[in-house]
Design a protein around this ligand. Sequence first.
Ligand code: SF4
Length: 359
Amino acid sequence: MIPLLDLTRTDLRDLMQQWGEPTYRGNQIYDWLHKNLVTDPAQMTNLSKKLRARLAAETSVNPLELITQVDSEDRLTRKALFRLPDGATIEVVLMLYNYRRTVCISTQVGCGMGCPFCATGQGGLVRNLTAGEIIAQVHWFERWLREEDGRENSLKVERPSRLSNIVVMGMGEPLANYDALLQALRAIADPDTFSLSARAITVSTVGLIPMIDKLVEEKLPVRLAVSLHAATNRLRNRLVPINKRYPLEALMAACRRYQQKTNRRISFEYALMRGVNDAPQHAEQVADLLADLRCHVNLIPLNPTAGSRYQPSNEQTAQRFQEILQEAGITTTMRLRRGVEINAGCGQLRQASQQSDPK
Ligand code: SF4
């Protein structure tokens, strides 16, 4: 079966040519997939019956099979666990936040970056997702939001509506799966089809410097978020092991290059871990490190993972940390640990599902 969402518009036109069809059929199919979000070739009504039948027999559209989904008690977060055709599982989260409808998507099955506080990092990298598997996560929630039928709508959201933002912060290191990621984001930001502004897309990285430099050169003005978690090499080497290859001085230089070329503000993510990186001196180090960058710091009390020695900071400590940054003139947001009760921490629904899986 040919996975249609993995194909670019050009690939689809080439496929039609191979099948002896006019190449414009490729454009029509691309629009059905990426504009109308159709998953069944039978619904592609401007194609001949013969072509629809061949598509049904030889191609597949949606690679996601829903295993389970859970809503948070405040009805602002929905987390879904999907099975891919090879049996691997991934998580996707929809968050309703200040009139935004943001989906947090995954780019890899597992992750090879080995951050010791992270549930996903513990299992290592299984494989990269394909472009189609990344796109399908966005389409899944967009389709749900677009439906007018409000039944089964336990979330606080008006339907029909549309996704307003995408954050590439789910399982995996997005820039370690660069080509598939870029193909997927180009399809999502295509003004003729899905048409979400690239400015509404945030790509997160632990700091793969060559890929940050490459991203700057793309004509795709997505936003950059850097997972910082520590402001000294000594501590960051421990929390974010890739720091040994790309230390902070080099990472900050790459951030400055990014800012000079794009003139865009950078977000820094900082997971507050009790007794590890949450002391006032750590906040002062962050303030010093970021002093010459136009940036925003998202503070996130760590999502607790069962059995982990890394635990979230308490509220008072987190507040003091935030005050120090704000006093230094750095804008910050204390991100609520949305959906902790629904296992919405990175990789946690997947982990919980595997633990309860008798196989
Ligand atoms: S925190 Fe992010 S980069 Fe680190 S192991 Fe987890 S998923 Fe990978």
